[in-house]
Design a protein around this ligand. Sequence first.
Ligand SMILES: CC(C)(COP(=O)(O)OP(=O)(O)OC[C@H]1O[C@@H](n2cnc3c(N)ncnc32)[C@H](O)[C@@H]1OP(=O)(O)O)[C@@H](O)C(=O)NCCC(=O)NCCS
Length: 164
Amino acid sequence: MTEAEVTVRPAVEADSAALIELERTAFDSRSGFPSFRVAERESFFTERCQPQNVLVAMDGDEIVGFARLTDKYPFPEGVGVLTVGGLAVALTARRRGVGSALLNAIKAEGERQGARKICLDVFGVNDEAQRLYARHGYIVEARRTAEFTIDGELMNDLGLALFL
Ligand SMILES: CC(C)(COP(=O)(O)OP(=O)(O)OC[C@H]1O[C@@H](n2cnc3c(N)ncnc32)[C@H](O)[C@@H]1OP(=O)(O)O)[C@@H](O)C(=O)NCCC(=O)NCCS
């Protein structure tokens, strides 16, 4: 599989179980919150994150990645700012351009919605993800020191943004 062979589409309700499993297995303590991995959920989707807010990367019939793309703010003053809340690629499908295909789709969707800015957070130790975001034009807007405690260690967090 290369980036050209990955297709990205909006999620549908029927993707829920596969997305829950992918989210549970794709993140580790360098990329996501341990508490999220053990949380029991009936659906991947929530009131603020409906299927149309999730982009799904497909390799043939198999879901190999996803990204949530929602409004950052639930009030009118924040219209035009979107946030990526969780982008992940299956362990078996990494380093083949799936993450890149998802970021291209996120940008296209942001442009389609007329957004001016796409924001996301990434842990300071997550070098792979930071390289991917930098390659796609995201810049560091915020550096938050000792923002979280992960497995007993303090974790720095970066706020990134892509201006459209
Ligand atoms: C970060 C993450 C999304 C990247 O996904 P990915 O599909 O591996 O991303 P890509 O394949 O587009 O790019 C990753 C690397 O593979 C390389 N690559 C892409 N296609 C390639 C190919 N066909 N052959 C060889 N290398 C390739 C890219 O150049 C890039 O290299 P680099 O890390 O040296 O810069 C994935 O590692 C992941 O899910 N991590 C855990 C969750 C996470 O960290 N999410 C982000 C939280 S903010």
